[in-house]
Design a protein around this ligand. Sequence first.
Ligand code: HEM
Length: 182
Amino acid sequence: MKGIVFTEFLEMVEERFSLEVVDGIIERAALPSGGSYTAVGTYPVEEMGRLVGELSAATGAPVPALLHAFGKHLMTRFTQGFPRFFAESTDALGLLERVETVIHVEVKKLYPDAELPSFECTREGPDRIVMVYRSPRRLSDLAAGLIEGCAEHYGETLDVAREDLSGDGQAVRFTITRGGGT
Ligand code: HEM
């Protein structure tokens, strides 16, 4: 997992909680990297699992809620760091449709060792898309937060229904409807 994901995560923890909480979770997670990340480095995804687990233990917030909140935070940072992607789409569904075909393709060019999920995207009408998330890293809670962050960026309300297709989080179907309808 890219260092940028870790540095953004620790920044969110500092913002929402405190620097003491950051230091505490890094210490308790006993990370091979020691917890010093550079944005362009690459680190084992297990370190993220441990950091989120320790944050959950320290704050009492469940891991899925923390990953969801982190997804929203990360999307805010992406809108600042990659404004071009957001300018190329006029709405949230349009952006989400381009994650697999354009955005993550560009990300892979920038960071060849990035470990990205795959999304199978189907347009079901002017106000609905279906995205099937697939990844051995099982980060669909993060994906849900990123989707919500996207809706916020475009000032839209999206209804996001989720179904675990594989039973273990490696394949998850998101049915995303604009306007909060059904
Ligand atoms: C401008 C928009 C976006 C940018 C720049 C971006 C970039 C990235 C980057 C750099 C990573 C880390 C790869 C690694 O650590 O090796 C990542 C992972 C990921 N991205 Fe995106 N992304 C964007 C939009 C989205 C959206 C809208 C979604 C959800 C629909 C999404 C879903 C994910 C997920 C779930 C991961 C975690 C890895 C995994 O699940 O296997 N991304 N993305």
